[in-house]
Design a protein around this ligand. Structure first.
Ligand SMILES: Cc1cc2nc3c(=O)[nH]c(=O)nc-3n(C[C@H](O)[C@H](O)[C@H](O)COP(=O)(O)OP(=O)(O)OC[C@H]3O[C@@H](n4cnc5c(N)ncnc54)[C@H](O)[C@@H]3O)c2cc1C
Ligand code: SF4
Ligand code: SF4
Length: 435
């Protein structure tokens, strides 16, 4: 039976602790408001904490994210719930929302865990590591990733066999299998949705061979291969561990493509692919990198220079639409494509293919409110009710949107959007404080 929810009260609820939600929470908290930051995952930082370097500056992504995440975690005005979901929000009056929150058990008391990893070493269960996007495995008892915040173990109860090996080795006895789901009823005055984006699943385009050919990977997998917290110590192709020397990028995989229901440009794929190509040239100086594109959209500040820099480093750009990908006996991949400039169909061979997957909406956001209460756009991103005047406003007064929950955007734009959502939420709070 579901336990009676504990009643809690905060000025603002921020849902999603990626860079957009984190920045929104910080802005609100620095102004003196009490914030509850709810994250469904085990760590703060969203996708940004998992990236390698960032375009167009090539700054280290983890070096920017981790101090920010620590500031959020230590802020006296921010309370963090990880492993938590907001299951419903009802607006009671102008500045009064009631939210139901479900906090799942981690089976580890975070405050006592020293992240010694002894439980991880003792655990006999090996499953796919979601933070390394399936490139390697992890244990059922595990630290989410090496720069996770909170930096504490978690037990993946779905895969745990309850053998007790982790409990026996834990020096602080902080593993607790009696932990249960906790329920909360939150009373708050404003809500910010920062639930981010999901990645296009290339299984939906079978002719690219993803899931069938091991050496066809996604851009997020390559991002992990070149990140400081990478799964291997060098760049490897997953099929046989060979260091690749002819890498191909397929742009617009799942973007600008009506056949997969996404006519949108994902806005980030051209630039992150160009970034990865530059990083690969540094990591594998002898490798050939070819980018197959329809158009290069280098529209942002410093982007065109970044693109030209990649060309001058020797990255090859081919205006070509990939028809299909086949695997040869040695695991290499044969790409059939239309060379758009020459108007002919060609074939080339690469030993690894990276699909530059597009940005899709996060479907969980629509479940937070009663059916139909929150307006979504035709691609199921949160609709911006006053796009030209106040892009962080949604159709519900007092509910704001930040970052990629509203549509594809890069990190600087997500931070700008978070600033806008926070300032709208602050004015809303001030306006109703005086009533
Ligand atoms: C391969 C790749 C490379 C990239 N490289 C760059 C780059 O070099 N430079 C750049 O500027 N941008 C880059 N980006 C884009 C960048 O990742 C995004 O702009 C940024 O992460 C958006 O942040 P966000 O907070 O909006 O979303 P997210 O990072 O998706 O964060 C959303 C958070 O909300 C949580 N969440 C979701 N639903 C719920 C829910 N219902 N309840 C509670 N929590 C929830 C998620 O777990 C997550 O922590 C790259 C993206 C990819 C895919
Ligand atoms: S009890 Fe579960 S998490 Fe702990 S060691 Fe056994 S399988 Fe792993
Ligand atoms: S749960 Fe125990 S054994 Fe595992 S990392 Fe934490 S302190 Fe170490």
């Amino acid at each position: 039976m579901m336990k009676e929810p504990k009643k809690i009260e905060y000025d603002a609820l921020v849902i999603g602790a990626g860079i957009a939600g984190g920045e929104t929470a910080l802005n609100l908290a620095n102004t003196g408001f009490k914030v509850l930051l709810v994250e469904k995952d085990h760590s703060l930082g969203g996708k940004m904490i998992l990236l390698s370097k960032v375009f167009p500056t090539l700054d280290c992504s983890a070096c920017i994210t981790t101090p920010k995440v620590s500031e959020i975690a230590r802020h006296k005005n921010i309370t963090i719930f990880t492993e938590s979901e907001v299951t419903n929000i009802i607006k009671k009056s102008a500045n009064s929302f009631v939210a139901q929150i479900m906090k799942k058990p981690r089976y580890v008391r975070v405050e006592d865990c020293t992240a010694c990893q002894l439980c991880e070493q003792a655990c006999p269960v090996n499953v796919r590591d979601e933070y390394q996007y399936g490139l390697v495995g992890r244990k059922a008892a595990h630290i989410p990733h090496s720069i996770a915040n909170p930096n504490a173990a978690v037990i993946d109860i779905e895969n745990c066999t309850l053998c007790g090996a982790c409990e026996r080795v834990c020096p602080t006895k902080c593993i607790d299998f009696t932990m249960e789901t906790e329920y909360y009823e939150l009373h708050t005055k404003t809500v910010v949705l920062a639930t981010g984006f999901t990645l296009f699943d290339p299984i939906e385009i079978p002719r690219y061979g993803y899931g069938k050919y091991k050496n066809v990977i996604t851009s997020m997998q390559m991002e992990r291969e070149i990140a400081p917290t990478r799964p291997y110590n060098t760049i490897l192709r997953p099929g046989d561990g060979k260091v690749p020397d002819r890498i191909a990028y397929v742009l617009c995989a799942g973007s600008r493509d009506n056949t997969v229901g996404n006519p949108n440009c994902s806005q980030i794929c051209c630039m992150y692919s160009i970034k990865q190509a530059q990083l690969l040239m540094g990591a594998l100086p002898m490798a050939d990198i070819t980018i197959y594109y329809i158009n290069i959209r280098s529209f942002g500040k410093g982007f065109e220079e970044f693109y030209q820099q990649a060309k001058s480093m020797g990255v090859e750009f081919v205006k070509g639409k990939i028809g299909d990908i086949k695997e040869s006996d040695n695991g290499d991949l044969i790409l059939r494509y239309e060379d758009i400039n020459e108007g002919v169909v060609k074939e080339t061979q690469h030993d690894m293919v990276v699909l530059s997957v597009g940005v899709k909406s996060n479907p969980t956001v629509s479940n937070i409110f009663d059916k139909g209460a929150l307006k979504l756009d035709p691609l199921n991103f949160v609709a911006q009710d006053d796009l030209m005047g106040s892009p962080s406003k949604t159709n519900i007064k007092g509910v704001f949107v930040a970052g990629t929950a509203a549509g594809p955007m890069d990190i600087p734009d997500s931070i700008l959007s978070a600033g806008s959502a926070a300032s709208e939420a602050i004015s809303y709070l001030i306006q109703y404080q005086e009533v």
